[in-house]
Structures are given as structure tokens and as C-alpha cells.
Write a protein that binds this ligand. Structure first.
Ligand code: TRP
Length: 458
């Protein structure tokens, strides 16, 4: 059976950006930065992107491109059948289930705001009214389930059509469109009174506000936002044919992803500080701020509609990559055809998502370890499964595939000792040890300092 291939390099890069840029950038990053006190958290996040996220992105691309198969089988294909490394593939499959189930609920919120935009429910409305929309959706089980259903149906439909016809065509227009609109909003935000405060909040590190949990969240989010740690990039890389400059691609995608997150953060916090709101509003932050800006902006009606349409698209292209990991596995492992496989996997994820859609209404009294289902799935997958998966992937790449693989990744730059040693060092030591220490630090009461006998003052 012949495997699908991306039509060309641009199509691949856009698809990978489509996977990376999503709700993680525009919804999750601002709200967790707000909850964790801003600057210092952002700094840790940026360091993680550069030193851990991008090297793992390169590792995943390499593994996928060389194995030419799904993310679980890839580890066997590159070593031997039954290798314990395939556990990282399974962790990835589990993470995909959990992430997509809450992601789809947030995608549903976006859909619901899109219809509100179309129905002209923002322009000219008082800020309190606009801000109240979010609470009414979250509190309403029927609405949450309905929009989750629509979002999941769209994602399943696209994955059935196949990654190529489904994703490639739209990506070329809509991803650049999304970026352009974001830049326009940034320019508008620069004229808001809260703009300087937003810059200070996000870019002036105040280490006193950083906790062990915050550092873990920053590490976890650097994985989440780049789509690494669970085989999504292995899967996308496996549809790559001929040689590519993987480090350059990874760097480009890391840069684009970070830019989107930073711009979204500045826009959202400019609104927060202009209106005297609290930065730590939580998961509703984006939905309580941007519509308020649209409500008072020239051309607000069109901007609101375009914005939610483009965010929806960004969310869909990310969700597609999550579902694709599992579908590629089911497809190749159980020999299920694509349609059946997608319906089966999508159906299970949809059902799990019902727990998330109702976790702020019908099931709001149900908590596990102090979390409702929505935050449980998010925390377990982003803060634990992705970092652990990424740790394994980087060890596999750095030590098992080793120097030879890294040389071959670097292609024309393989003779440069600088690049060779940087990548080798990141993959072998920095990424795995860094992730390990952060996990340890967050598990130990009092952090690593307490373990070393140094009193921690947190
Ligand atoms: N990166 C996407 C975002 O920021 C979410 C996502 C897509 C993802 N595929 C993934 C996260 C794979 C982790 C793993 O919205």
C-alpha cells in the first residue's frame, strides 16, 4: 500500500504550523501566563521552547521521516520489534485521546462565539453583557455538548477525507490570514491605555511569582504549543518523502508559533489592563476580553466574525493532527480502513469529551485529585504525559539513534562542530535532564531545594 505524501515542502511546513499554532497559543498561553504571574513564567517558557521544544521537534521529524510509519511502530522500525521504546508511542496515543477530548470542548466555545459574532451580539453591547456570554455557555450543558459535537464532527470529517485533501488546500490561505489579522489586532491594541502594562506584565520577569508548579506548567506548555511529546510530529514527518532541512523547518515553526503566542498575549492583556480586569481569570480569559475589544472597534462586526473563523480554523488544523496520530496507528496496526478507523477513534474521543463538556455544569461536583475532568485531562496530558513522552523521544534520538542520526539530520551543516554539539547536547542531556528535574521538583514537597537540604521559602 502506498502511503500519502505531502505535495511539497511548503504544504508540509504549513501543515506543521497548522498543528502547532492553535488554541494553545491564543487561548491557553495567555491564561496560564496570567495565572502564573506573567514575565518570569514567560521567560521559562521561551527558554524551554528554544532548548527543549525545538530539539525534540527535530527529533520527531527525523524519527517520522526515517520510519515512514505511525508513531508507535516507528520506534520498532528504527530498532527492533518489541523494543521497550514503543512505550513512548503508547503514551502519545493516550495523550492524544485526553488532549483532543478537552480541546474539542474549547473548539466548541469558539464555534459558539463565531455564531454570536455572526448574529451581531457584540457590537455596541455593554462590556458586562459581552463578558457574560462565556459564563452562560460554560454553565449550559446542552450548549457545551452541542458545540463540542459540531467541532468533533468537523475534525472527523476532515481526517476521513485524508490529511492531504483535507488539510493542505485550506492551510495555504487561512494560516497566513490568521497571522495578518492578529497583527492588525496588535496594532489596535497598541493604542489601548493598558498596552504598556501588558508589555511589563508579560516581559518583565518577577521571579518571586514563579512556583514549582508554574515551572512545570511552562515546560508542559512548551510541549503542548509545539505539538511535541506525543508523536504528532512523528506522524506528520512520516508523510515526508525526500531529504529536507529538518532543523531549519523546526526553527521556523518554533518561531512562528512563539510569535503568535506573544502577540495574542499582548493583545489580550492590553484589554485586561485597560478594563481593570484580573489577569488570572483562567480558561475563560480569551473569551471575556477579545469580544469586548471587537464590541467597541471600528468594523468590529467583520473583525469579530473573521477572528473567530480564523481561530476556529487554527483549532481545527491542530485537532486534526491530534486525531491523525491515533488514526495512523489504528490504520496501519489493525488494518482498519481510514473511514472506519477515524469514526471509531473519533467516537471514543467524542465520548470522553462529554466528560469535559459537562465538567463545569452537570458534573461540576465531580472531582478527581481536586480537578474536574476538563482540568484533569489537561493537567495529566500537558504537564505529565507530554514531558515524559518528550523525554523518552529525546533519549531515543540522542542515545539510541545517536550521533549518526544527528549528523544525518544536520545534512549540509554536519561538519559544523557547533551545530553538531549543540544538537547532540540538547538531545542527550539538556532536554531529558531538564524535563526530569522539573518533574521531580514539582513532585517533591518543597522542591529540589528541600531535597538538597536547602530550605525553600515558598
Ligand atoms: N499545538 C496545538 C496548540 O497549540 C495543540 C496540539 C496539536 C497538540 N497537536 C498536538 C498538542 C500534539 C500536543 C501534542 O493548540
Amino acid at each position: 500500500m502506498k502511503r500519502t505524501r505531502w505535495s511539497n515542502q511548503l504544504a508540509f511546513i504549513l501543515a506543521a504550523i497548522g498543528s502547532a499554532v492553535g488554541l494553545g497559543n491564543i487561548w491557553k498561553f495567555p491564561y496560564i501566563a496570567g495565572e502564573n504571574g506573567g514575565g518570569a513564567f514567560v521567560l521559562v517558557y521561551l527558554v524551554c521552547i528554544a532548548a527543549i521544544g525545538i530539539p525534540i521537534f527535530i527529533a520527531e521529524l527525523f524519527i517520522g521521516q526515517h520510519a515512514q510509519c505511525n508513531a508507535v511502530a516507528a520506534f520498532e522500525k528504527l530498532t527492533s520489534k518489541g523494543t521497550p521504546w514503543r512505550v513512548s508511542g503508547w503514551i502519545g496515543v493516550l495523550a492524544a485521546f485526553l488532549i483532543l477530548s478537552f480541546y474539542s470542548v474549547v473548539g466548541g466555545w469558539v464555534l459558539s462565539f463565531l455564531t454570536k459574532g455572526i448574529a451581531n451580539r457584540f457590537v455596541g453591547q455593554p462590556a458586562e453583557v459581552v463578558r457574560g456570554y462565556m459564563a452562560s455557555i460554560i454553565g449550559d450543558a446542552k450548549a457545551s455538548i452541542f458545540w463540542h459535537t459540531v467541532f468533533m464532527a468537523i475534525v472527523i470529517g476532515i481526517v476521513i477525507m485524508g490529511i492531504k485533501d483535507g488539510v493542505e488546500r485550506w492551510n495555504k490561505v487561512l494560516m497566513p490570514g490568521f497571522f495578518a489579522l492578529l497583527v492588525a489586532l496588535f496594532v489596535r491594541a497598541a493604542f489601548l491605555p493598558g498596552f504598556p502594562l501588558a508589555l511589563t506584565f508579560l516581559f518583565a520577569p518577577d521571579t518571586s511569582r514563579l512556583t514549582a508548579a508554574g515551572i512545570l506548567e511552562a515546560v508542559g506548555h512548551s510541549f503542548f504549543t509545539l505539538s511535541v511529546g506525543m508523536g504528532a510530529i512523528i506522524t506528520y514527518g512520516s508523510y515526508l518523502g525526500e531529504k529536507q532541512e529538518l532543523p531549519r523547518i523546526a526553527f521556523l515553526i518554533g518561531l512562528a508559533d512563539t510569535l503568535v503566542a506573544m502577540i495574542a498575549g499582548v493583545v489580550i492583556f492590553s484589554i485586561v489592563f485597560s478594563a481593570g480586569l484580573k489577569p488570572e481569570a483562567g480558561p475563560t480569559l480569551m473569551f471575556q476580553t477579545l469580544p469586548v475589544l471587537f464590541a467597541s472597534m471600528a468594523g468590529g462586526y467583520y473583525i469579530a466574525v473573521a477572528f473567530f473563523l480564523l481561530v476556529l480554523f487554527a483549532a481545527v488544523t491542530s485537532a486534526v493532527s491530534l486525531l491523525e496520530v491515533v488514526v495512523a496507528y489504528v490504520d496501519e496496526h489493525w488494518n482498519l480502513n481510514r473511514t472506519k478507523g477515524t469514526l471509531l477513534v473519533g467516537g471514543v474521543i467524542y465520548t470522553l469529551g462529554l466528560l469535559c463538556a459537562t465538567s463545569n455544569n452537570l458534573l461540576s461536583h465531580v472531582t478527581v485529585l481536586g480537578y474536574n475532568f476538563f482540568s484533569l485531562f489537561d493537567t495529566v496530558s500537558s504537564n505529565y504525559l507530554l514531558p515524559i513522552g518528550g523525554l523518552l523521544i529525546s533519549l531515543f534520538y540522542g542515545w539510541v539513534l545517536g550521533k549518526k542520526a544527528i549528523r544525518s539530520t544536520l545534512g549540509a551543516h554536519a561538519d559544523s562542530p557547533f551545530w553538531l554539539h549543540s544538537l547532540l547536547w540538547c538531545a542527550r542531556i539538556l532536554a531529558p535532564v531538564g524535563v526530569f528535574l522539573v518533574l521531580l521538583n514539582s513532585i517533591l514537597p518543597g522542591g529540589i531545594l528541600a531535597l538538597l537540604g536547602i530550605a525553600s521559602e515558598r
